[in-house]
Design a protein around this ligand. Structure first.
Ligand SMILES: *[C@@H]1O[C@H](CO)[C@@H](O)[C@H](O)[C@H]1NC(C)=O
Length: 338
């Protein structure tokens, strides 16, 4: 049982941490952070400072394997995942004059630096901060999208998306259905840093996609690296349905790839077969794709098992066809999952 006192303490700690966040926005992240709480928060991004052994012990183990370089979209640049997100947002603001980006601290670049430079480049009317109120951020985003603009909302951590659950599930997802196709907020995209880094505790570690994965009217997308992040985010922004784009925050800095500079899209609801195999099919998304690769290698080495590896990429609506087609090659496949 959670006592009233515990709940109060949790609320105080949350406000305290978020207070530290707002202070950061005043002093600027690059300018040296005085607050130790702010510094603690910064440590959430894996490349910041050395982490202690205790902290590392709780992090999932994986090695990021970059994808082969793709040249079909023109020149590429070395980018980590947060830079590929910035690049996608930059492309969108440049090509779509109605596009706006808003959320907590996005104007100064956001706690994970995904919107760095965009306010200066496109102006404070297009990249702006909101109050610390997720319900308000999503509610506002729905209105902006219904009014005809491209709305890109940031929830500072996926763990804080729950105050907006009603706006997302009851309003955004059902707007078209409720109005008999007269209105929709399909041009709303919600971005949120997602998943554990190993020392973020309960308000900075969660993977809440399952709570949204059973809600018709939404699309839920999670990339495994920078190249996928940019292509999938641009697909979410272009898609005619409200999308939630969860960004694996441990990969923000740890994952580096050659990413096309120009805009390109990676289709939604299309899983990618990363490795063919004949004994067992493994399906994962986001950070766990890299853990899954290591598991597959271990299974091959230690048990002689050949694993088929699938990156699901879109959680809703997921690519049943690819997963089932692959599974049909195995002797005991059934389509019950569909
Ligand atoms: C969404 O954006 C597209 C492309 O910019 C536009 O054609 C469409 O009218 C927008 N939808 C709404 C409901 O405004």
């Amino acid at each position: 049982m959670v006592t009233k006192a515990q709940r109060f303490m949790a609320a105080v700690i949350r406000i305290f941490i978020r207070g530290a966040n707002s202070k950061l926005s005043v002093s600027g992240l690059g300018a040296g952070v005085q607050s130790s709480l702010g510094a603690a928060l910064l440590k959430l991004s894996p490349s910041c400072n050395a982490r202690t052994k205790t902290q590392r012990r709780h992090a999932s183990h994986f090695t990021f394997h970059p994808d082969p370089v793709r040249t079909q979209y023109g020149p590429t640049q070395k980018m980590n995942l947060f830079q590929s997100v910035t690049s996608a947002l930059d492309n969108t603001l440049a090509s779509d004059p109605t596009a706006v980006i808003f959320g907590e601290d996005v104007a100064f670049g956001g706690v994970f630096r995904c919107t760095v430079g965009l306010r200066d480049k496109y102006g404070k009317d297009r990249v702006f901060n909101t109050p610390l109120c997720e319900q308000g951020i999503v509610g506002f985003g729905i209105g902006v999208a219904v009014a005809g603009a491209t709305a890109i909302a940031e929830i500072q951590f996926a763990d804080y998306i729950f105050p907006a659950f009603d706006q997302i599930v009851n309003e955004a997802a059902k707007y078209r259905y409720r109005s008999g196709n007269l209105f929709d907020c399909g041009n709303l995209t919600i971005r949120a840093p997602w998943g554990c880094v190993g020392h973020g505790s309960l308000y900075h570690s969660q993977s809440p996609e399952a709570f949204f994965a059973h809600c018709p009217g939404l699309k839920i997308v999670i990339p495994r690296g920078p190249v996928q992040a940019k292509g999938l985010l641009l697909s979410c922004i272009a898609d005619n349905n409200p999308c939630i784009f969860f960004e694996p925050k441990i990969l923000y800095r740890a994952a580096v790839e050659q990413v096309p500079v120009e805009a390109y899209t990676t289709p939604l609801s299309q899983a990618e077969v990363l490795q063919e195999g004949s004994d067992v099919t493994l399906v994962a998304w986001g950070t766990q794709v890299h853990v899954m690769r290591e598991v597959a290698n271990m299974a091959q080495e230690k048990l002689g098992l050949s694993c088929e590896l699938i990156d699901l990429q879109t959680i809703l609506p997921w690519d049943i066809e690819t997963v089932c087609k692959v599974r049909e090659t195995h002797t005991r496949c059934t389509k019950t999952a569909a």
